[in-house]
Design a protein around this ligand. Structure first.
Ligand code: SF4
Length: 485
């Protein structure tokens, strides 16, 4: 069996050389089949249909989408997917096709309805459910029991992963003040809540794997010097993080099959096959990758820190190699989001170019992406088209990548073309199985779409201002626990 190899990018003074699965993904993205591009373009024009797609679609599909010149195609995280669907409706599309898992198409449907576009049909590309094991685990009775416990505990804030249905968010918010989070803002959300709400209890869910990793990470953080903790959140130090530990709870029966498969597996592969490399890990990378970075840092072979710490570490090692004056290849594991590659490429190449122009010997910096091979994100700035790894937002962390999710894979190009061919030709009832679930039920006198949208608005408020919205804080402080039965 061939050795598992992570995708990587070699940076030299005058070239960028993608290796492994990355090179294949790039080829699939940058050179899509022209016949398929023409077929999709023509169908979209004929049906006047818009497409909103999640950015964990595979590179072949993304490549075809990005090569079409039809203006109503958008690839992003699920929050922006709904916004763009509304913009497309405003611009006059007659239909919206959603490429993603079911809670994403449900969001698009709910947001279009809320904006007065109930008449625009929204379709998924499969007649069967395009589930999400994680979203489903938050619909189980056990999650209700978890929330009931939170509701009985004074000063509770429920931090729910964005990968859940709107109705789950609505039911949860009806019980416990709730804010959504993504993998890229969960650490800040928890730390900010702890800084802003005295004695708050945080109830994270439903991803058990991520919850467990977060609990470990906060425990490790509590041992780090105050200065390093302040880099992550200026209001915290060892004492405040320690006091948070017993008030951080997570649901223990929620599984994203991809997080589950890839987290430990990826780190085991790093340990086995990349023992001699430098390891960099962002402070917000949960779990095993964080531990790996800490271990390397202790030996001077790595760094755990912010993006600028990571960049400074990589540049420092390049400087050391230049000072030694020997030709060499420096290898780095990049334990953070894919977008980090752009400043690394730019600044490393600048140093190598200067060194080469002075007659220096060939130095190569190889950046290794510890992700499942199919996890790629679009990156316009690096000039590469796609980069290995994950982009910000919901879905998976550096532990894997939603591109590897069997549910996401139900969104094939063939399925999309076949759906579009049927739009406007077959009676509407034939396409009913392709429609997303609707949210008509009322919870606490509000529609599920309206109440379930509020935790998302709270998160947006936090992202915009850096503080939790006062209405949410007041809600946490004022909710009275239900009387015990
Ligand atoms: S990879 Fe993403 S879509 Fe797939 S089960 Fe996990 S959270 Fe759900």
């Amino acid at each position: 069996m061939a050795l598992p190899v992570f995708p990587s990018l070699k940076i030299t003074s005058d070239a960028l050389v993608p290796e492994g699965a990355f090179a294949e993904a790039q080829a699939a993205f940058l050179k899509p089949d022209p016949a398929l591009v023409a077929e999709l373009n023509a169908l979209l024009r004929e049906k006047n249909a818009g497409i909103v797609a999640h950015f964990y679609m595979d590179p072949e599909l993304q490549g075809v989408l990005s090569a079409c010149d039809w203006p109503h195609i958008h690839v992003s995280d699920s929050l922006a997917m709904a916004d763009r669907a509304i913009a497309m409706a405003e611009q006059g599309v007659r239909t919206v096709a959603v490429l993603g898992v079911d809670f994403m198409s449900e969001n698009v449907r709910a947001m279009l309805d809320a904006s007065g576009y109930e008449h625009i049909p929204v379709y998924r590309v499969a007649a069967e459910p395009i589930g999400c094991s994680l979203a489903e685990s938050a619909e189980a009775a056990a999650y209700g029991a978890y929330l009931a416990e939170a509701a009985r505990t004074p000063r509770s804030l429920h931090v729910i992963y964005i990968n859940t249905s709107l109705v789950t968010k609505a039911k949860a918010h009806g019980l416990v003040p709730t804010i959504t989070c993504t993998s890229s803002n969960v650490v800040q959300t928890v730390l900010q809540a702890a800084a802003q709400i005295p004695d708050v209890h945080i109830w994270f869910g439903p991803d058990t794997y991520m919850g467990d990793n977060l609990a470990h990470m906060f425990a490790r953080l509590a041992e780090m010097p105050d200065e390093q903790i302040r880099q992550l959140h200026s209001a915290h130090d060892q004492a405040t993080v320690r006091s948070l530990l017993p008030r951080f709870h997570y649901f223990e029966q929620g599984t994203c099959i991809v997080h589950h498969m890839f987290g430990k597996e990826v780190v085991d592969l790093v340990r086995e096959h990349y023992a001699d490399v430098f390891v960099t890990a962002h402070l917000e990378v949960p779990g095993e990758m964080f531990e790996l970075g800490l271990e390397a840092q202790r030996h001077g072979d790595g760094v755990v820190g912010s993006t600028s710490n990571i960049l400074a570490f990589v540049l420092g090692k390049v400087d050391e190699a230049i000072a030694r004056g020997e030709g060499s290849t420096l290898r780095f594991i990049l334990g953070t989001e894919a977008g980090m590659i752009t400043p690394i490429v730019r600044q490393v190449q600048e140093k190598l170019r200067d060194y080469a122009s002075e007659g220096g010997r060939e130095i190569t910096a190889q950046i290794i992406f510890p992700v499942a091979s199919e996890a790629v994100a679009q990156d316009a700035q690096s000039g590469l088209g796609v980069v290995p790894g994950v982009a910000g937002g919901e879905g998976c962390s550096t532990a894997g990548g939603c591109a590897t999710c069997p549910y996401m894979k139900m969104n094939s190009l063939r399925a999309l073309l076949s759906l579009l061919e049927r739009v406007d030709v077959e009676p509407g009832s034939n396409l009913v199985p392709f429609e997303p679930r609707k949210y008509v039920e009322q919870i606490r006198g509000r529609t599920a779409a309206d109440l379930g949208g509020e935790p998302i608005l709270h998160m947006r408020g936090f992202q915009r201002t850096g503080a939790l919205p006062q209405a949410l804080v007041d809600d946490v402080l004022s909710r009275v626990a239900p009387a015990a039965s």
